[in-house]
Design a binder for this molecule. Sequence first.
Ligand code: 7PJ
Length: 292
Amino acid sequence: MIDRGAYELMHLMCGSRLLDLSRPVVMGILNVTPDSFSDGGRFVEPQAALEQGLRMAEEGAALIDVGGESTRPGSVAISEAAELERILPVIEGLARQSTAVISVDTSKPAVMREALSAGATMINDVQALSEPGALELLARHSQCAVCLMHMQGDPRTMQTNPVYRDVAAEVGAFLASRVETCVAAGIKKERLVIDPGFGFGKTVAHNLELLRRLGDFAATGVPVLVGLSRKSMIKSLLGDRLGELTSDRLPASLALAVVAVMSGARIVRAHDVRETSDAIRIASAVSARVAA
Ligand code: 7PJ
């Protein structure tokens, strides 16, 4: 008999598909924005964004996270119409040409609704469905997956002076309460993913503490998603070693992905799909004690 070790069977309902999370998978980041901190401006043309998404799917991304509005610290909000104009052609193209789960990084219910009609089967909300109407909309939409992320404050001000008494306990309590609220509203637990929200109203020390305690989140039985790829904590930790190019942060991003997976993360949100996929396959082979 195969000893599956630390890895239990786990699935996520994404539309008519059940995504297998018994091994960790990569969610490729596709920013269709002029101002994202890492790749802003590179994929603002829908055709270029679509090609990048298809490339990520080919490189092994089980999910593609399409974002039309930057949530980086200090970013400003944009209109629904502008967000939809950026993302809809990309979602439609990906739905036609790939089998990856299409996720949409948005907090706006109107954008969620249009994205789901265009073929997305997951909503990634950094505000954990706190916008009025979001919870009800997704309860009515009976099958798509939902990622609930923790954030302290809002993107404009969140990095000013984040304060916690016990960051892991507080983030954990928030996510548990959002899961409960979703289930009470009619969103089944099989559709939910939780994310501590690295860098969203957190200092480097908070991020490191959350990573150290990630196993506590994984123990809830709801799959854990992490977004650590190329984030500024890497710059803070490595300082002068790095230049201004965020692509220089790849080795450190892989180290963080491996630590997260060894602590039970099931979905790793990343810019560099092929490299992240290789790194987490190795980590999961060690954890699961079976061949990758
Ligand atoms: C995250 C995200 C994250 C989830 C961004 C970036 C900044 N969604 N959207 N988790 N980060 N669920 O791409 O680094 O950490 S935007």
